[in-house]
Design a protein around this ligand. Structure first.
Ligand code: PRT
Length: 111
């Protein structure tokens, strides 16, 4: 799993919205609207939490994959590009780098 995996999945989900194929779970979910997609994401989040507390690593991995998929579907339903989420994360990394530098003593000695 990488940023590219998520970007590829986002592109597939977007393509499913425009698809005329009837047998797409993604398309049927998107057609129900953002509120239904958000509800589904909430269910998957709860399942992931339960797996994180009380189930096997395999189960947690599977639930985490479901959770990411449903997050991507919600982003598509709301027309929020995954690249905007990546940019948000990148800006936080940059900010925390600045915060680290700012908290270092000016003479460079260890704190
Ligand atoms: N990554 C996923 C993916 N992860 C989870 N899911 C589906 O999400 C659902 C979540 O599990 P549940 O047990 O809650 O499902 P359910 O009871 O069948 O669902 P509901 O009726 O409650 O909505 C399952 O139906 C899974 O198949 C996914 N469905 C599709 N994809 C990918 O999305 C792309 C488009 O797929 P299609 O929509 O099938 O064309 C492809 O690349 C797929 O691999």
């Amino acid at each position: 799993m990488s940023e590219h995996t998520l970007a590829r999945l986002a592109a597939t989900i977007k393509a499913r919205r425009a698809s005329t194929a009837s047998a797409s779970y993604t398309k049927s979910l998107l057609e129900k609207g953002a509120a239904a997609c958000a509800k589904k994401l909430g269910e998957e989040a709860v399942e992931t939490v339960i797996a994180g507390v009380a189930e096997s690593d395999d189960k947690l991995r599977a639930e985490a994959a479901d959770l990411l998929y449903h997050l991507m579907v919600l982003l598509e339903a709301r027309n929020v590009p995954i690249e905007a989420v990546f940019a948000e994360l990148d800006s936080r990394t940059a900010q925390s780098g600045h915060a680290e530098k700012a908290s270092r003593p000016k003479d460079g000695s260890p704190s």
